[in-house]
Ligand binder design. Sequence first.
Ligand SMILES: Cc1ncc(COP(=O)(O)O)c(C=O)c1O
Length: 427
Amino acid sequence: MAKLAVLGGTPVRAEKPWPQWPIHDATDVKLITEVTKSNRWSYDGPVEWKFAEAFAKYQGAKFGMCSANGTIAIQIALEALGIGAYDEVIVPGMTWQATAAACIDVNAIPVLVDVEPDTWCLDLAKVEAAITKKTKAVIVVHLYGCMADLTKLQALCKKHNLLLVEDCAHQHGSFWKGKGVGSFGDMGSFSFQESKTLSCGEGGFNTCKTKEQFDKLYSLRNCGRGYRGDFKFALQGGNCRLTEWQAAILTCALERLDKQVKLRDANAIYLNSLLDQIPGVMTMRRRKEITQQSYFNFTFRLDLPKLKGVTNKQIIPALNAELSTVELFEPPYDPLNNCSLYKPHTKARHNLSTAYWKAIDPKRFKIPVCTDATEKSGLAVHHMLLMGTKKDMDVVANAVAKVVENLEALRGYDPTGPRRKYRGLAK
Ligand SMILES: Cc1ncc(COP(=O)(O)O)c(C=O)c1O
């Protein structure tokens, strides 16, 4: 049996570097230069709106608008929908903390609901069980490379008269029955942060269905001003805009997006077909309604009863070592009831009342599927891994197979190595 790289053996792949992210080419530099020379650097510039229209169209949304980042995009979506103090908003227990933090920042109460074991997206039976008289909205997160059942979720929201917000930070270019995510809910939000599949370093995007919603979103992101001087739906707003340089980078990235999404999707389908043959490994569920799946991260799970006490704690460093990557493989997000970055009680302004303080305590929610995925069974790897060739996917599957074949050696392994310096390649 070959010795595992993490224990001093030879890695499955030592030499060839993985694709890097983010990506740019000469077109980005050209457009950035044009913007610089144009003296039109911000505030409803032509590059921004051309991009906004093109991206909204690509996602199938009626209206779209750039905003400062994905967190703000969720926050202004909630505000534009009239969600505020003491309203309950259902949020998945596994997501980046911003999804829940945005609710608290509009004085609403995020109600953490557990996820499905095979998609890590909202479990709709548990959503229905969590609905109370105070529930106003559901935020669905299309997490990593999976989607919740959007058709059933729309019906559920309609039945209970709830608003639906889609957090699409992970899924630029995902399509459900041929239609882009972000166009199903009352509003949608996207992040353009550096790691995302459409990126300009930092940035966000809002989608919505009606002109009135759009006017409210616009006012919220532009210091209360009305769109093109129309103040009919103006609200108390802030500065949540982005610049023309960011829009320039996004314009070029959008040109490349669909091709990249298709490459990742094809590689993920192939990699899943290989992983499905490895005992102890379980792939994620792809719903039949998904016509194109975008991947922020590629994820899979361990069938723990078959792994003789070994968990993701040992397998993750073993895989990084086999593929010569620095923490490219990680556990999925911390469950939000035990997440070091989600601490609503650390802000005095969240203390609206004793009742509110109690209601926003994340510890009161039980989300065992999220906990199990993070602590034991889940693995997530950045989408740059899916941007290689089919042969690269063979290498990944070979690394997983090698690690699983060497479970005995891993059993006593204590993974307390150095923390990540940066995400990507080992030097
Ligand atoms: C699911 C999810 N929602 C929201 C956000 C927030 O986006 P941003 O970092 O642009 O504020 C992120 C960012 O990682 C995310 O992953």
